[in-house]
Design a binder for this molecule. Structure first.
Ligand code: NDP
Length: 454
């Protein structure tokens, strides 16, 4: 895939970039490795100054940065602003808290003294996706730079201007060269970087295929990986839920980022008693969304990230329909230039269909009606993915009991799965392993070193 900005609103090619040569990659790795040797010795206060500066710059440049996101991957402009704000908060959060999270941990052995010291491990590689081009990088880079590691970031090939803008933020904040480095590389050249012995760990957010490939390369080289992959979150509505509120949250949970979130509410599971009411209201809200230019603040349904993404999604819809699924709303491309697809609801989905097992990365909701709570939980768990999920009920204690039965990394009660700096983010099963954000996100790439005094 070429490294290019293509505006998905009108498929116009805006800018193209050359991939780095093998020599340029070698120079980037060796500078990062040299820089690590002194960055590891800097104090938390020095690192904190750098990251606060990056966060401040992000906020002061928010107009330019938000527009870049919308230009390159089609996010609604208000959501692009929200992404910049959240990314700056994440950077500040680690600047303020990493020292506490990584402080020595005293142990109480039977005799003598012992403690665990968290030490940085070296140059890390982050392979990042286009769907949240700033947030994903902030979640990887901020904790690791605060921990004393340095990072190389290979961003998705369709968001090169976002990738360069983040690199520039670190330059403007006067980060020593090599603390943060953008790599313009295609996915197919990542294995050689992972294999380099100066790279000590790799973190990927993306598809299952990319995850399996990176994990294999990391395993072969005996180094740690963290994987944040796809999801097919269940959004469960129980009979006692506030239906109007649940519908509003379902619209946000399914349609945020035009449905291209790993934790989007992809499977809407509603108990029989309230299924008709829920579906009627859900359909009405989705069919009323205003389609248009994502740069216009009154647009409610923008394009997907690329023409390729639309083709893949429509093909999943068609395979499901051929196998017996019913289109309850939408289901077609929108007749206009750009990567547009109608807000869609599929029903009558059965095991064996694409919509049952695969991740639907766009504005397509899989709608299920089930006879009771147990059936809802069983269906939620019958998925290869295990990322997030949500339950809507007025009975919070029941919500918690059911949440504990859902086999995922996160369950939210009366809210779609969401993210914020101080809550851990990650999954189980084919959604990957490891955690980002909170105190956990900074522990993934440090050496937990035991110091023992006898
Ligand atoms: P990819 O997984 O292909 O892309 C994510 C990142 O991984 C990009 O930087 C990409 O680089 C890189 N990459 C791709 N293949 C490899 C590889 N073999 N080795 C190393 N790095 C690789 O996602 P797509 O953009 O193709 O989207 C496809 C599907 O993936 C979506 O429909 C969705 O289901 C899922 N996805 C999930 C995301 C999430 O948030 N969990 C985010 C993005 C996608 P390059 O761009 O150069 O190919």
């Amino acid at each position: 895939m070429a490294i290019q900005t293509i505006n998905p609103f009108n498929n116009q090619v805006i800018k193209s970039y050359e991939e780095m040569t093998p020599d340029a990659v070698e120079i980037a790795i060796s500078i990062a490795d040299e820089t690590f040797q002194h960055w590891r010795k800097t104090s938390f206060s020095q690192r904190k100054v750098l990251l606060h500066k990056v966060a401040d710059l992000m906020r002061s440049q928010k107009d330019v940065l938000a527009k870049l996101i919308t230009l390159e991957m089609g996010k609604l402009i208000a959501q692009s602003y929200a992404e910049i704000a959240l990314s700056a908060d994440i950077v500040d959060y680690y600047a303020d808290n990493a020292e506490t999270f990584l402080e020595d941990q005293r142990l109480e052995p039977e005799y003598g003294e012992a403690y665990i010291k968290s030490t940085p491990i070296g140059v890390l590689l982050g392979v990042e996706p286009w769907n949240f081009p700033f947030y994903q990088v902030a979640s990887f880079a901020a904790p690791n730079i605060m921990a004393g590691n340095v990072v190389l970031v290979k961003h998705a090939s369709n968001v090169p201007q976002c990738a360069l803008a983040i690199h520039r933020l670190f330059e403007e904040a006067r980060a020593p060269e090599g603390v943060y480095t953008n790599l313009f590389l295609s996915g197919s050249r990542i294995d050689e970087v992972v294999a380099d012995e100066r790279i000590k760990g790799v973190s990927l957010t993306g598809s299952e295929a990319a995850g399996a490939s990176i994990a294999a390369a990391a395993g072969k080289a005996l180094k740690k990986s963290v994987l944040e992959l796809g999801g097919s979150d269940a959004f469960i509505v129980l009979a006692d839920a506030d239906i109007d509120q649940s519908v509003d949250w379902a619209v946000i949970g399914r349609m945020n980022n035009t449905g291209q979130c790993c934790v989007a509410a992809k499977r809407i599971i509603v108990v029989e008693e309230v299924a008709d009411e829920f579906l009627t209201k859900f359909k009405a809200k989705l069919s009323g969304l205003k389609v248009g230019d994502p740069m216009d603040s009154d647009t409610e349904l923008g394009p997907l990230s690329s023409e390729g993404a639309v083709i893949q999604l429509i093909e999943q819809v068609q395979r499901s329909v051929s196998a017996g699924a019913k289109v309850l709303l939408g289901g077609k491309l929108i007749e206009r230039k750009g990567a547009f697809i109608e807000a869609t609801i599929l029903g009558d989905i059965k095991p064996g269909m694409a919509a049952y097992h695969e991740e639907l990365f766009g504005p397509v909701a899989a709608f299920y009606r089930v006879k009771d709570e147990q059936a809802a939980i069983d269906l939620a768990n019958d998925s290869p993915f295990g990322l997030g999920g949500s339950i809507f009920t007025k009975d919070i204690e029941k919500g918690k009991r059911l949440a504990e039965q859902i086999d995922t990394g996160m369950v939210f009660i009366n809210h779609p799965t969401w993210t914020q700096a101080d809550l851990p983010f990650g999954g189980t099963k084919r959604s990957g392993y490891g955690r980002e954000l909170s105190s956990l996100g900074v522990q993934e790439f440090v050496n937990k070193k035991l110091i023992r005094v006898s």
